[in-house]
Ligand binder design. Structure first.
Ligand SMILES: CC(C)(COP(=O)(O)OP(=O)(O)OC[C@H]1O[C@@H](n2cnc3c(N)ncnc32)[C@H](O)[C@@H]1OP(=O)(O)O)[C@@H](O)C(=O)NCCC(=O)NCCS
Length: 181
């Protein structure tokens, strides 16, 4: 999967995440853990602590981890993960995307989501859901661009940095042949 994004280089490509990415993926995630309310994890992880997360996203099936790479450098990643554990929810996935802080705003997130939805269209997935802690205009715009629709706001469900945060939920359906931007 090659770059179609606005500011990304032709050499930017998206592939399945692998063991060797664990350190860098942990570094990217920890940045948002410690400095933003975007994720409701509060304490940073060691790479070893993130290994079960990596291993729960194999290179097949509904629950994927895709990585954007340019010149051997990881720029960001996108995941599809279980929405809820009970079995009837299995055709629903929660999607998420994290771009390295020094790479945001150049289309990497869009590139990752385009690739993720291309893959998911081939899987037995009916609905993608995304929870966005507010405010997060970049994420809101990205999800709207990819056909997500707002379904409601959970008020003050997370407490971080001594404040309560709302989470807006967005949802899109997947159907064979659907074109992503
Ligand atoms: C959200 C995120 C994945 C978007 O990825 P990106 O590579 O920066 O995305 P893009 O460059 O394609 O920009 C996406 C949209 O956000 C807009 N945008 C980017 N930075 C913005 C900012 N600081 N404020 C407002 N809008 C912004 C862009 O104009 C674009 O809008 P458009 O789709 O209407 O053209 C990325 O910013 C990121 O990793 N943020 C931190 C982690 C995060 O919030 N993850 C999502 C959790 S729900």
């Amino acid at each position: 999967m090659n770059s179609k994004g606005k500011g990304t280089a032709v050499s930017t490509h998206v592939r399945a995440g692998a063991e060797d990415d664990l350190e860098e993926l942990t570094r990217i995630y920890n940045h948002y853990v410690v400095s933003t309310p975007i994720t409701f994890d509060i304490e940073p992880f060691t790479a070893e602590q993130r290994r079960p997360w990596l291993e729960s996203h194999p290179d097949h099936g509904r629950h994927r981890l895709l990585v954007a790479e340019e010149g051997g450098k990881v720029l960001g990643y996108a995941t599809s993960s279980p929405f809820r554990p009970k079995q009837a929810y299995e055709t629903s996935v929660e999607t998420s995307v994290y771009v390295a802080p020094e790479q945001v705003g150049r289309g990497v997130g869009g590139l990752l989501y385009a690739s993720l939805f291309e893959v998911l269209e081939q899987e037995d997935v009916r609905q993608a859901l995304a929870g966005i802690a507010l405010p997060n205009e970049a994420s809101r715009r990205l999800h709207l661009r990819f056909g997500f629709e707002p379904v409601g706001v959970y008020r003050e469900v997370g407490r971080k940095f001594g404040k309560f945060w709302d989470v807006a939920w967005f949802q899109r359906s997947l159907s064979p042949g659907r074109v992503t931007p």
